[in-house]
Design a protein around this ligand. Sequence first.
Ligand code: PEP
Ligand code: MN
Length: 284
Amino acid sequence: MKNLKLASLNGYDHTRTVVTVGDVKVGEDLVVIAGPCSVESEEQTVITAQKVKEAGARMLRGGAFKPRTSPYEFQGLGLKGLKILERARRETGLPVVTEVTDPRDVSWVCEYADVLQIGTRNMQNFSLLKEAGKVGKPVLLKRGMYSTLKEWLNCAEYILAEGNPNVILCERGIRTFETYTRNTLDLSMVPSVREISHLPIVVDPSHGTGKLSLIEPMSLAAIAAGADGVMIEVHHNPCEALCDKHQAMPPQMFSGLMKKLQWLRSHMNEMNWEMEDKSQEQAL
Ligand code: PEP
Ligand code: MN
């Protein structure tokens, strides 16, 4: 793809980017990011953070600025929410992934976030992308719900071109004619991204399907397709969630899913080692 000077795979050097967040290596480790859709209270966020940490999540997610379809829906707690996330990080040691929606907020949100999330509705907010490119913080760039792979990678290019190499892509589903699921989770993007870009990619099956029953199979499928991780919405008490309650996973179910993801990833690694050994034997 033309003009992807920094986001595309260099013709000779196929090294993939590893984005380091604390002791987490995105692009190398199995990275599960989990937590509530939105930060609602200290109790909700800290309890959920503790539960996902116990289950094996590597990062905590939670929105303090919520881009909602209606202006009358809960918009997030803003600065208060960021302070709650800071507390949850202190309690659990989990790095925090949180969304920024306004270019004017980027520099001060960085004081609270370990990873800045740019959501689907803002994927092509070029002034936001440029601001995120000017700070050193890793950026999780979600795919626009109407965007092609080329448009998505060009948005990553905006961040990279400002001097920030720490971009993580996140497939979160696109709008199609299907209405059974909230979005159509396009898992073909995982191997497609790996074919043409060196950037790590994670998958968000919570927004990708909007249905609790579909999150586990699609998470496993994402890892089988080669994703570097998944991002899952977990709430300690889903029926009380203020946002996206139908896709909120209870902690016990999340813990079962974590075990399956770890099992799958370790068997995929074994399979790759065996195949490497065989090809080396054949070469001798
Ligand atoms: C989110 O992850 O909190 C979110 C709002 O997702 P998206 O931008 O993909 O809708
Ligand atoms: Mn949500």
